[in-house]
Structures are given as C-alpha cells and as structure tokens.
Write a protein that binds this ligand. Sequence first.
Ligand code: NDP
Length: 373
Amino acid sequence: MQSRRHFLQNLSVTALGLPLLNSAGFPFEQNSFAPAADGAVLRVALMGLGSYANRVADAMRDCKRAKLVGVVSGTPSKITDWQRRFSIPEKNCYDYTSFDRIKDNPEIDAVYVTTPNGLHHDHVIRAARAGKQVICEKPMAINAREGREMVDACKKAGVQLLVGYRMHFEPKTVEVIRMRQNGEFGKILFFQGLSGFRIGDPSQWRLNKTLAGGGAMMDIGIYSINGARYMIGEEPVWVTAQETKTDPQKFKEGVDETIQFQLGFPGGAVASCLSTYSMNNLDKFFLNGDKGFAELQPATGYGPIEGRTHKGLLTQPHITHQTIQMDEMAAILLDGKKPLVPVDGEEAVKDLTIIDAIYQAVKTGQRVALKLH
Ligand code: NDP
C-alpha cells in the first residue's frame, strides 16, 4: 500500500500532468518507491556521490524497505543534482565538514559510505559516533587493524555495521550455497576464483596506495576471497601467494597488479585464485565436491549472474543486486533478520585479515597461517 504522500505525488503527476517541485524548487523525477505495507522503512543517507553511489541510488527506487533520504558530498553541484533527482530536502544534505551534525537529524537512520577505501575508516567511525547505523562498501578498510577499530567503534556507539557484500543476497549464489549446505556437492575439494579487469586511467584513486589501500586485491580480488569462503563454507587456515607486475609505472609500490593466491581449508579443500587489474573477462567461480560441482560465470558482476551445477542450469531470476541488498539490509537492521551468510563488520575483518596475509605471503614467499575464528 502506498503512503498518502506518495499517492498524492503520483496523482499530481499523472492526473494533472504538472511537474512536481521538491523542497529545493526543482522538478523531480517520479519516485517509484513503494513502502512495504506493514514494515518500517530504513531511511538512508549516501556518502560519496560517485559511480557506485549512483548505482545504489537508482536501485533503491525499487526498494520496499529502504529509502534514500539524504546525501553527504564534497561537491556542491552533485548535491543540487541529487536533490532534484531523488527529492532530497535541504536539511538532509551535508558535506564532509558539516556531516557530524547528522546526529541531530532524526529523519536519517543509516549512513551508507561509498567513498574511496582509504576514507572508510574515518567516515564509518564518524557515522557511528553520530549514532547512525552504518553500511560501508567493500573493502571495508585497508587492513584488518583499521577494520577492527571500525567494528569496535560501532559496538561502542551501539550501532550496527554492515558491508556491501551484495552477492550474499543474489539468488543463484544463494542457491549454490543452499545446495552445498544440503550436502549436494558432497565433500568439497576445490574452488577456483578468477577476479579481474583491465583498469584504465592511471591517475584514478584505485591506483593510489593511500586512497585504495593496495591494488587489484583490495578492489576485485576480494570477491574471490569472500567467494571462496561462502562457496566452501569454511574459514581458511593458510595462504600462499605470488605477485607479478608487468607495468611498475602504472602499478607503483604497494599497488598490486596481479596476484595468484591459494587458500587451504580445514576440511582439506584448496582454493586457487587470481586477482588482476590487467586482464578482462575474468569473473568466474568453480566449486568441486566429490558428488558434484557448481560453476558461476559471471560470478560477481552486476548480472545477470549465470551458472550451472551437475544438476543443470541455475534458473533463479535476476534481481538488481543493490535493490535486494538494501531491502535485506533494512530487514537486518530494523527486524534483526539473520542473512544466510553474514554481511557484518566481523565478516569484513576476516576478508581483510586474509588480504593482510596474502600481502605478507607475497613479501616473504612463505606460507602464512590464518586464525579467523
Ligand atoms: P568513485 O570515484 O566513482 O566515487 C567515490 C566518491 O567519493 C567521489 O565521487 C566523491 O564523491 C567521494 N570522495 C571523497 N573524497 C574523495 C577523494 N579524496 N577522492 C575521490 N573521491 C572522493 O568510486 P566508486 O563509486 O567506484 O567506489 C566507491 C566505493 O565503492 C569503493 O570503496 C569501491 O570499492 C566500492 N565499490 C563497490 C562496488 C560493489 O559492487 N559493491 C562496485 C564499485 C565500487 P563526492 O564528490 O560526492 O564527495
């Protein structure tokens, strides 16, 4: 059922054919947001209005439990543009200096941090201190120490910290995890994860060690790390890794271009993975057990995800990842719903601990032991 306000907005546009004005005086695009009849709605402010924030905001137009109501940005022209596009009132707009005042704004429940990786630590801790629930993009931080500080800060502030692990809600991925949990693949023996793309502009923040925290591993390799864990369903106990760099000008010290890594799991399974900024067409997961297999390709792109198992094609419907993610996160934050695979800060610290260990294994050439429990 639509709220009276939304009903009247829609009536005004369709029946009268007049453009509606938002509080900033701009005509706004019709918002298809339809709140759930019996569920509260998570009111979200997005921080860092870049390419991913745009994708999330567009996807949230179809959410039933989450609504974009505010923005935090260092670029004034983006703020006015977003006010117009998403009917965001002036009182819910902040820049990075005024942002801490969000604590006095009762109309915002959660802050979703979509700034560069190296800024997540500061931005998440400030959002927590303002008493807001926090959603942060991956990688949650640039190392496990920072990640733990963020988890602790959120605990201390009494707020929850979730991380944008959108694949944990993707229907075909969820089906493979369900089949593995049911024992349909038997004893899991092997996982292969290929994650990579050819990165362009050498001046972008993704190739800046301070802002990115590393290179391909932080940005795209993390999908194979996280995927190995949710596909196998165990936590790795060791890691080995090898780096190759063909362009040291573009990929400077501390910015990894290509790393191959292997993870060993307590049940005996091994994961063999590739993370790269130098090759396209690398987005594939393969899981093998003694009774069957699952293959996802593409495995982590925006979709549709495609895949099959020894039983045939996976036919679950494609749902825009960020729409389902935000509705499910609203249910986690508002109703205490438990996701199939965790999406909290502790989950992210595990990935960051593995990344730290991969970098250590590259540096030392040694196998590095992991203790994630
Ligand atoms: P963009 O560069 O497109 O956007 C980042 C935004 O952060 C900028 O537009 C800017 O917004 C703000 N910002 C604040 N300080 C800085 C700074 N010093 N340098 C650059 N930007 C700054 O990046 P993406 O949107 O692609 O990535 C943002 C985050 O989202 C990253 O952590 C990334 O890993 C993650 N991501 C996750 C994806 C997923 O599928 N889950 C996919 C893509 C990205 P403003 O001008 O409003 O301040």
